[in-house]
Every structure is written in C-alpha cells, then in structure tokens.
Ligand binder design. Structure first.
Ligand code: AMP
Length: 425
C-alpha cells in the first residue's frame, strides 16, 4: 500500500513512523516532510497553503490513503477535493472541520446538543463584545473565531482588558488578520486533559489520554507555544470518567455532526477542563495534536494504518485499538528564543545515541538534511519521546536521551509531567 502524509512537523513524523510499522505498507510519501521523515519516506515539496498544489500531488502520486496532519489543509477543503476525485483520505471534510476552524460554530453546536462547555457569547461587532463582557465576571476569556495557531485565546484579568482584546481581534491588531467573530467566554479553573478519539462518522474509538504543557517556561510560566511537552498515563482519567467523557462529550458530538449532515470522520481532539461541575469542552481540534500524537502513538500496539483506513471506509467498529499499558512522555527541544524570534541552520548531533536509550524515539519537527548534515530549521526542533511501565521511568529515559542531543541554543523544559509524578506512583 502507498500512503501519502501531508505535513512537516513532529506529529507527521510520528504518523509516518507508526504507519511504517504496518506490514501492509510498501511506500510512504511525505509532503513536504522534514529531516526525520526523509529517513523513512520519500519527501516531496508541497505548499500546504495551496489547495491546487495538494490536489495535483495526490493525483500524481495516487496513494491508497492520504493522511492529513495539520489544520490548514482541512480548512481549505483538501479532504472534500480528494474525495471528489475518488481518492481515499483520512480527515474531516471542510464542513466537519468547522468544529476547529470556527469557535463560534463549535460553541453554538455544543449548546444545541447539550454538551458541557463554558458559558459564552459569539459577537459580530466590538459593541456586541463590550455588551457581552458586561455580563461576565473577571477574569474573562476572549477568543478569535478562526484558526490562530495557538495565539487566539486571551485570558483577561478585567473587563477593560477584555474589551481591548476584543477590539484588537476585530481590528486585526492582535493576530494580523481581522476577525469577523469573537467569542467571549466564562473563565474556568481546573486541570486540562486532551481526550482524542478516532471516528468514522458513526463509531468513536478513544485514544489514551494526554496532558500537555503549552508554556515555554518551567512551572508553566511565560508565553504560549505550540507545545513544549506532553505525557500520557492511564491514571490521568479513571475508567468511569473516561466513559463519562465518551458518552457525554465525544459520542454526542459525532452523533450531532451526523444529524446535522456534516459527518465527522478523522481525529476529534477534545480539549477539556476538568472543573468542579465536571468536564467542560474548551475547544475542539479536527486533527491529531502536536506533540500529543508523539506520546500517544508510541503507546499504540495495534496497527495505525488499519485504524485510519477503517475511519476513511466507515468500519471503525470492526477495528479495535490496543494500547500498551504504562506511560509515555514527549519533551520538545526548541531553538533558543522560541516562541519569539530564533536562529536556524545549526547542526544537530546525538540522535543515534539518544535512540539507543531503551523505549526512546526521536521525532523530528524543525529539521532538514543539508549536505549530509542534519540542521535546525524551526522553533520546535525535535520531540524526544519515551515509553515505559511508569511515568517516572519514561521521564528518566526521555531526559537521559535528551542529554545526548546537541545543537546550538537547545532549550527544553525539565519539568514535563512532574506535577503528575506523585499522583501516578
Ligand atoms: P483553546 O485554544 O480554546 O483550548 O484555549 C487555549 C488555552 O487557553 C487552553 O488550553 C486553556 O489553558 C486556556 N483557556 C481557554 N478557554 C478557557 C476558559 N474558558 N477558561 C480558562 N482557560 C481557558
């Protein structure tokens, strides 16, 4: 079987690595790929912002399955375009991906279906937003409606700051592009959990739970990033809570989308806050998370390709997922300065030695091969990932492996998963 993977990050490297383990795969093409994917797949250039370019590539390669990694191609309708050409593809259609691409759509959808989510108002003008802000106590959360690469959520300590945030989103001062809608939302406190599941539009199969660390600094301080680390252990959610989330959040979402004639097939990523009044949906993503995917897939025992194909073909109910019990961790090594400005082009060494540590896989994000040398080309450079019987063991493996890796300005958090360590023992 020939598989095409769209994307170039750590998530896509982990997908390619997991797909490569399937006995049925004969060829993997990654577009555009990265320095790590180039070691296990053929990488071809691609502009992920250009729908025509993606369709041309798929028509030329004619893969048996295309797997879409990032959100932008979904928002552009790559799944619809490939399906129209009778090409098999894993991922939601443009309409179904609105669960991620429009927070206003997602909030109204959640309310229509009685799925728990913070109180909110979707506002079309600054005046509407200011009026809505008066209804909430500080702190108040103000969110851009559209895709914002993790920069669209502003937690505001006062109504004045919230009004300024809404104004900045509508004018374009905050994100560059002007928002047509802004969501004003109740602030909630609690632990955050990433609950991902696969769906074929009808059946829902949960993946193991994960918890990520978005802030750049240790102790969860400083600016938000794409994600600096994540860990997965079964005890993040007890079985009763996991069932509750499945039956009251994930399944009603998939059922609701089918009822509204936008069946959702792909990965539904539920970003949940575990509050005093139960789990609440903070956001949906319509794709695998990064770096959640890296930590989740190293725990997958069954064949990923079978499961993704089953999603595309509507027969997920016949394809159970099997997981390795225990724990996994992914720690991101980033370039000095990230998420602000940073330099690239530095040689990377030690990945071979890092992967000799038992249970360790190094997934590449911002890397490229240049003249036989692996170099840094992005802010998040590598995702060093380890699995083990316990979280403590997975952490010691990951940091031992990280100690082998060198590039100028390497930065990583040393406290990934530490909050859970006591509880997990
Ligand atoms: P989102 O992209 O909606 O998941 O928001 C990004 C981050 O902002 C979340 O992971 C939370 O840490 C925070 N956040 C979003 N919504 C809320 C909320 N209603 N209350 C508290 N924190 C929030």
């Amino acid at each position: 079987m020939k598989v095409l993977i769209l994307g170039s990050g750590g998530r896509e490297h982990a997908l390619a690595w997991a797909v490569a383990r399937s006995a049925r795969v004969s060829q993997i093409v990654c577009a555009p790929g990265n320095g790590g994917m180039a070691q296990i797949a053929r990488c071809v250039p691609l502009n992920l912002k250009d729908l025509g370019d993606m369709v041309r590539l798929a028509e030329q390669e004619r893969p048996d399955l295309t797997i879409v990694g990032p959100e932008l191609p979904l928002a552009l309708g790559v799944v619809d375009a490939l399906q129209q050409r009778a090409l098999r593809v894993f991922g939601p259609t443009r309409a179904a991906a609105m669960l991620e691409t429009s927070k206003g759509f997602a909030k109204h959808f959640l309310q229509r279906h009685g799925i728990p989510t913070p109180h909110y108002a979707v506002c079309a003008t600054v005046a509407e937003a200011v009026h809505a802000i008066e209804m909430f106590h500080a702190p108040i959360v103000v969110k851009a409606d559209g895709l914002a690469a993790g920069k669209g959520v502003i937690v505001c300590p006062s109504r004045t700051v919230a009004a300024e945030a809404a104004e900045g989103l509508f004018s374009g001062a905050l994100l560059g592009g002007a928002e047509r809608q802004v969501v004003v939302e109740e602030f909630l406190e609690g632990d955050e959990i990433s609950f991902l599941c696969l769906s074929d539009g009808k059946h829902v199969a949960p993946l193991v739970p994960a918890q990520d660390h978005k802030r750049i600094g240790e102790g969860d301080t400083g600016p938000n990033t794409g994600g600096m680390g994540v860990y997965s252990i079964d005890s993040l959610l007890d079985p009763a809570m996991s069932d509750w989330i499945l039956h009251h959040i994930a399944e009603p979402t998939i059922r609701g989308m089918a009822e509204e004639e936008m069946p959702f097939a792909g990965v539904l990523y539920c970003g949940l806050m575990m509050t005093a009044r139960g789990p609440q949906v903070l956001e949906f993503n319509a794709r695998f998370g990064d770096p959640e995917t890296q930590a989740i897939l190293v725990r997958l025992e069954s064949d990923l390709l079978d499961a993704l194909e089953a999603c595309a073909d509507g027969r997920l109910a016949e394809t159970p997922l099997r997981w390795t019990p225990g724990a996994s961790v992914c720690v991101v090594a980033s370039s000095a300065g990230y998420p602000g400005s940073y330099k690239t082009g530095f040689p990377i060494t030690g990945i071979g030695a890092a992967e000799k540590v038992p249970g360790v896989q190094v997934f590449h994000a911002g890397t490229a091969q240049m003249g036989g040398q692996l170099i840094t080309v992005g802010g998040r450079v590598l995702g060093v990932t380890a699995s083990a019987g316990t979280l403590g063991e997975a952490l010691s493996r990951v940091y031992e492996a990280m100690g082998e890796i060198h590039f100028e300005g390497i930065y990583f958090r040393r406290d990934i998963g530490h909050r859970a360590l006591g509880a997990a023992k």
